[in-house]
Design a protein around this ligand. Sequence first.
Ligand SMILES: O=C(O)[C@H](O)[C@@H](O)[C@H](O)[C@H](O)COP(=O)(O)O
Length: 254
Amino acid sequence: MVKTYSYADSQDVAEALARYIIQIQNKTLNHSDKFKIAISGGSLGKVLQKGLIQSPELAKQVKWHQWEVYFSDERLVKLDHPDSNYGLFNQLVLQALPSSAPRPNVVTIKEALVNETGSTDEEIAKDYEQRLPRDGLEVVGLDLVLLGCGPDGHTCSLFPGHDLLKENEKLIVYIADSPKPPPRRITFTFPYLKKSKNIAFVAEGAGKAPVLKQIFGEEKSGLPCELVNELGVPVSWFVNDAAIDDVDVIASKF
Ligand SMILES: O=C(O)[C@H](O)[C@@H](O)[C@H](O)[C@H](O)COP(=O)(O)O
């Protein structure tokens, strides 16, 4: 269920990820009129820009108008704040699209609820959960969730050893004490990630090698990224060779 694809070059990682996204997009659109995807922050926006916008052969296969974009985690700041994951996606992907390209439908946090005290953070999480896609009354998982892997093994805003790792009911929760700034965020939980049809991680650079060694090591690390690998959802890792140097994993090409 867990596959790893590795390339020497960053551009090749971006293009492989783009081919993978397009494959899932096309499969999904055979039976649905929407392709539902979640994006994370970090370096992912740049990788998407390289693969889905700047590679002409791939760019023309992206059916943006049928995309519904969610965020696997979001910082509780205004949408134009430099810390906003939406802001990053807007800058690196939406604004980088040619002006003639159709725009995806992007589901952001309810910005009007973001305040200075954090008193509405639970409400923001609940509101986002309300807006997840549904089949009748039941919330359904996304077609694809794209994740990053922090050097500490966190993903979404699920941090090692944090109580939120034990959440077994709610699909979106807020966190007030993220060890990585900014502290106030909302995040997908494991119960929601478990509903996903596909999950892909992107991890690049030698700085990721020690944590990937733990995640893919024989001994259980309990790190959030490893817990995602164990959800039973098809998980694909797109990495560069430097990130899996000395990591015990069999990598192929997508
Ligand atoms: O909201 C966040 O803090 C980011 O989404 C974060 O989870 C990121 O995905 C990882 O830290 C990996 O970041 P890089 O891809 O930049 O290594």
